[in-house]
Design a binder for this molecule. Structure first.
Ligand SMILES: [Ca+2]
Ligand SMILES: [Ca+2]
Ligand SMILES: [Ca+2]
Length: 553
């Protein structure tokens, strides 16, 4: 850049001349026509007060503020502090304000600035006040005012050029000044237009909107918006709002808080905010959402209250429609009770009772307490099995006891007496099973116990019939007498009889049938070490009968 830098000296003259044509403002330009200007949003000045009047630093700071305060422009001057640098007009990337004699030539002050001849980028600007003239900071008539002339020189720093026409005499950039003059301290509209032309704020602000401090739900349509707005240029000035991103509120001064009405009706609501900077740039819409829920949830009991013949398992379905959703369901059991128990599943109601309950939604709306009354009429516990059938030795036996009333489940037991040998009672199912092993009549008392520990009993009797003989088949066929077994036989069957004494005559008369009759068996027909006695006559009139271990008396 160095070999293309050009030094430009803007001189500022004592008021001696008048010109004719007025100009709004003039911009220093490169020979190529580019505007000369800073490519940054601020420029820092250091002040070397040596040779200057007292209070010159506050005066120059006030001069800087005059330009920085122009809202439609993003540009600002920054006071960097004092300096001992006195190298006025030197391209050293340090912008200084200094004092020194320049002769009584009519030049009050100079601004020497360096810029890129191609792009127009300003890179250095130094200001020097001519100490061959008298200076003051209070506008005294015998001296030139530092703030008055300094404001003008800072205009050169922006690259606004002198105006020399008489009609421009009230403007800060007018090229002449008089002793005691202070009117250049205040910018004329054309001066403002000049800096705004060179450094316009064309970037809209950025912002955020938060509804009710970021809450997920609200029960009221009136909400509080918390807002932030940042603008690197002219700053945030106004804001406006919408519930539909279409119809907007009247713009109002920017503030960090705003009371705002949501559209009515429960559901998710979006609020839109736009911000405007001092240059008039409106931002796009920033948004936040919240669920408006003004309606309490509705909870029901299932099944509803009523009269039932068994214990009831009650659930509490809750519905919050398009709202925030059911949060807490509370219940209690008892007339007039206060629901404080959190519902977490089925509520068991084993006997008549009153159920009271209500729900609260996530937004905090509570429904009024609801009441359901359950009347539970459970019949008395009793055993419904009337009697048990007879069984036979060695043959499968299976009967299941039944009961009614009370509170299932039931538990079965024998409270007195004994089951026939070989039979067992299942305590849970009430089943009596097994092959009986002993004949006889067995008396016992069955007891059933329900979940409430109530009991019922009933007397039962099972007769196991005695079968002394059997036909050896698969499975065996049992009989109480030899005659009955013989009458059931087919050819080549074997009749086995236990070692007992049997009464009655036996007649074997089936033509062409051959039968074996074996006596003396033990109770399980596993061996026959003894003898069977027939107290009567054994007659074989037809067929063939092979007889072993049988005695006739
Ligand atoms: Ca310099
Ligand atoms: Ca802006
Ligand atoms: Ca609700």
């Amino acid at each position: 850049m160095g070999d293309r830098l050009l030094r430009y000296i803007a001189l500022f003259f004592i008021l001696t001349l008048w010109h004719s044509n007025a100009s709004a403002y003039l911009i220093s330009k490169t020979t190529g026509g580019a505007d000369i200007k800073w490519f940054t949003s601020s420029t820092t000045y250091y002040i070397n007060s040596s040779g200057g009047p007292s209070n010159d630093i506050p005066a120059m700071q006030a001069a800087m503020r005059a330009w920085t305060a122009v809202i439609p422009s993003y540009f600002s001057f920054v006071y960097g502090g004092t300096t001992t640098n006195s190298a006025y007009g030197t391209y050293d990337s340090s912008n200084i304000v200094c004092y020194g004699p320049m002769g009584l030539t009519g030049t009050l002050a100079e601004n020497t600035f360096w810029y890129d001849t191609s792009s127009g980028q300003l890179v250095d600007s130094d200001i020097k006040f001519n100490t061959d003239y008298a200076w003051s900071t209070d506008g005294s008539p015998s001296a030139y005012d530092i703030q008055n002339v300094g404001t003008h020189e800072l205009g050169h720093s922006l690259s606004l050029a002198d105006l020399y026409n008489r009609a421009d005499s009230e403007k800060t950039m007018y090229g002449y000044a008089a002793a005691g003059e202070t009117k250049k301290r205040t910018l004329d509209q054309d001066d403002i237009n000049g800096i705004t032309y060179l450094y316009p704020d064309i970037t809209a602000p950025a912002g955020t909107i938060t509804i009710n401090s970021g809450a997920s739900y609200t029960t009221a349509a009136s909400v509080t918006l918390t807002l932030t707005c940042t603008d690197s240029g002219s700053g945030c000035s106004e804001m406006r709002f919408s519930n539909d991103n279409s119809t907007w509120s009247t713009p109002e001064a920017y503030a960090t808080s705003k009371s705002w009405p949501l559209d009515s009706g429960d559901g998710t609501k979006t609020v839109y905010a736009k911000f405007k900077d001092g240059a008039g740039n409106w931002s796009g819409a920033f948004t936040d959402t919240i669920i408006l829920d003004t309606t309490a949830p509705a909870t029901t009991a299932s099944p509803a209250g009523g009269t039932y013949t068994s214990a009831q398992s009650v659930t509490l379905p809750c519905n919050d429609g398009s709202g925030s959703g059911c949060a807490n369901r509370l219940y209690c059991l008892g007339a007039g009770c206060t629901p404080i128990t959190s519902y977490s599943g089925t509520i068991n109601i084993p006997s008549s009772n009153t159920l009271r309950f209500y729900s609260t939604d996530n937004a905090g709306n509570s429904e009024s307490i609801k009441t359901e009354t359950y009347t539970i009429n459970i019949g008395a516990l009793s055993i419904t099995t009337s009697s048990l059938p007879s069984g036979t030795i060695g043959a499968a036996y299976s009967q299941t006891l039944t009961a009614t009333g009370g509170m299932p489940p039931y538990t079965w037991s024998i409270s007195s007496g004994n089951l026939p040998n070989g039979l067992n009672l299942n305590n849970s199912t009430g089943a009596i099973t097994g092959p009986p092993s002993t004949s006889g009549t067995f008396n016992f008392i069955i007891q059933v116990t329900d979940a409430n520990s109530d009991t019922a009993t009933k007397n039962f009797s099972i007769t196991i019939q005695s079968f002394n003989c059997r036909i050896l088949r698969t499975p065996p066929e049992y009989f109480s007498a030899i005659q009955a077994a013989y009458d059931y036989c087919s050819d080549d069957d074997t009749i086995q009889c236990q070692a007992v004494a049997l009464s009655g005559d036996v007649l074997c008369d089936t033509l062409n049938m051959s039968v074996t009759l074996k006596g003396g068996y033990d109770a399980n027909f596993t061996s026959n070490p003894g003898y069977t006695t027939i107290n009567g006559t054994l007659t074989i009139s037809n067929g063939t009968v092979t007889v072993e271990k049988m005695l006739c008396r």
